[in-house]
Design a binder for this molecule. Sequence first.
Ligand code: ADP
Ligand code: 5GP
Length: 187
Amino acid sequence: MTQEGKLVVITGPSGVGKGTIVKALLSKYSQIFVSISATTRVPRQGEVDKKDYYFLSRDEFEQMINDHQLLEWAEYAGNYYGTPRQPVLEQINQGKIIILEIEVLGARLIKDSFPLATSIFILPPSLDILEQRLRGRATDAEEVIIKRLAKAREELAVSDEFDYQVINDNLESSIELVESIIFPAVS
Ligand code: ADP
Ligand code: 5GP
C-alpha cells in the first residue's frame, strides 16, 4: 500500500521553539522531511548552505520569484524567505510527510493553496519567556531581537487562524502534542 503524502505547516514567532520541535521529529521519524527554505539572511555561525537554508542574494531570490520556483515567500524582518516548490511537490507525491517551518504570512499562503495541509501554530508561555529564549539562543544582534519581538506580537494575534495551537512550555509535552497532531490515528 502506498502511503499518502502530507503537508504540515509549523508556524509561530521566532524563538518560540519551532526548529527545536522539528529537529526532534526528524530524528524520531524517518518518514518525516523538512523543506529547506531559501533566504537572503546571512548565515548564522554554524549554518550550512543547502542544509539549513539556500543562502541567496536578493537578485537570486527575486529571480526565483519571477521564475515561479517558490511555493510561497514572504519578507520577514528585512529579509526574504521562501519555500522551493519542486522538492515539496515531489516529496508529497512520494508519500512523504513534509514539514514547512515558516512564518505566519507564508503559512497563510500555504493554507490558501493547500487546504488539506495541517497547520500548527506554536505559542510561547508568555512574551517574557519568548524574549528569554531569543536572547538565550544568542544568535541574533540586539536590533534583530527587537524586530523579532515586535513581529511576535503581530503573529500571536492571528494564532487562531491555524488548525492547532500548541503552547511550547514543557518541550517534551509539546513534541508529543505535535506528534499526536501529525499522526492522529496512533495517539
Ligand atoms: P524558532 O525555531 O521558533 O526560532 P528555536 O527552536 O531556535 O526557535 O528555539 C529558540 C530557543 O529556545 C533555543 O535556544 C531552544 O533551545 C529554546 N527552547 C525551545 N523550546 C523550549 C522549551 N520548551 N523550553 C525552554 N527552552 C526552549
Ligand atoms: P530565521 O531567520 O530565524 O531562520 O527565520 C526567521 C523566520 O522566517 C522564522 O519565523 C522562520 O520560520 C521563517 N521562515 C523560514 N523559512 C521560511 C520560508 O521558506 N518561508 C517563510 N514564509 N518563512 C520562513
